[in-house]
Design a protein around this ligand. Structure first.
Ligand SMILES: NC(=O)c1ccc[n+]([C@@H]2O[C@H](COP(=O)([O-])OP(=O)(O)OC[C@H]3O[C@@H](n4cnc5c(N)ncnc54)[C@H](OP(=O)(O)O)[C@@H]3O)[C@@H](O)[C@H]2O)c1
Length: 258
């Protein structure tokens, strides 16, 4: 029996770009979109990191290309957009995933850390999105997905500036949805809860086990997410299965914010 909705979740013939796709949630999203049929551009902080991540994915038999993109540097968004235009000539899906976390209570937060958080997590994502607008507008399936964090809705002591940067990204997502949906570009946000990646997990195994147990105890599922669980929600939002979804913030947090 043919499932009439199955094709809505496919991304064949589309080009997707995922920032910060060398590891963690970004790598899982890139893999998910590539297996859905998209040609995927993976970015990392430099060409070599991005090329390694793309080669690992290509080895699985899907189409992946690596491009360096350091969100701290001025002009990078425009340079990356030019490269996508020149080398691929189209873009259907943009996932703004790259981010940094600088854990500090506000009393100890340095100005340069605040600037870096807002540069990488907000400004660069916004200006990359702007630079890619002509390609997204030319697509019949243009879609932007911004990866935010539960802290945008429920600020957490010790990571206040990071939470504020994600709150700004949520707000910009909703404005962009109002301005760009009439152009044929859907714009949404995806809010993961605690997820097993380098960003949050301590390297020391004992500290890691304690940290995971503590994070898990904060949600009713009593566990943290695996990156693929976030990636599957991302696939839904960027696919035609979500054709009437725009300006939405989808929370995938095991019930943390319930
Ligand atoms: N993990 C969680 O619990 C959690 C929870 C809520 C939201 N999130 C959000 O989910 C997204 C992915 O997080 P993650 O946990 O997968 O993080 P991660 O494991 O730390 O990976 C971060 C990614 O961002 C890239 N990146 C870092 N600095 C960059 C810069 N200056 N310019 C360009 N790229 C840069 C890294 O590239 P390199 O490899 O080149 O450094 C890497 O690919 C982020 O937006 C994060 O805020 C995560």
């Amino acid at each position: 029996m043919n499932d009439p909705s199955a094709s809505c979740f496919r991304l064949d013939d589309r080009v997707a770009l995922v920032t910060g796709a060398t590891r963690g949630i970004g790598a899982a999203i890139a893999r998910e979109l590539a297996f859905a049929g998209a040609r995927v551009v993976l970015t990392g902080r430099d060409d070599a990191r991005a090329a390694n991540a793309a080669a690992a994915l290509s080895a699985e038999g899907v189409h992946a290309i690596g491009m360096g993109y350091d969100a701290r540097l001025p002009g990078e968004a425009e340079r990356l957009a030019d490269r996508v235009q020149t080398e691929l000539g189209r873009l259907d899906v943009l996932v703004n995933n790259a981010a940094v976390l600088r854990p500090h209570v506000i009393a100890k937060l340095k100005e340069e850390e605040f600037d870096e958080l807002f540069q990488v997590n907000v400004k660069s994502a916004l200006f990359l999105t702007k630079a890619l607008r002509p390609l997204l507008e030319a697509s019949a399936h243009g879609v932007v997905l911004n990866i935010t964090a539960a802290g945008a809705q429920a600020p957490m002591a010790g990571i206040g500036a990071y939470c504020a940067s994600k709150a700004a990204l949520v707000n910009l997502t909703r404005t962009l949805a109002k301005e760009w949906t009439p152009l044929g570009i859907r714009v949404n946000a995806l809010t993961p809860g605690s997820t097993a990646t380098d960003m949050i997990l301590p390297v020391d195994p004992e500290k890691r086990a304690r940290f995971v147990a503590e994070m898990a105890s904060q949600n009713p599922m009593n566990r943290i997410a695996e990156p693929v669980e976030i990636a599957r929600a991302a696939r839904f939002l960027v696919s035609d299965a979500a054709s009437y979804v725009t300006g939405h913030v989808l929370v995938v947090d095991g019930g943390l914010l319930a």
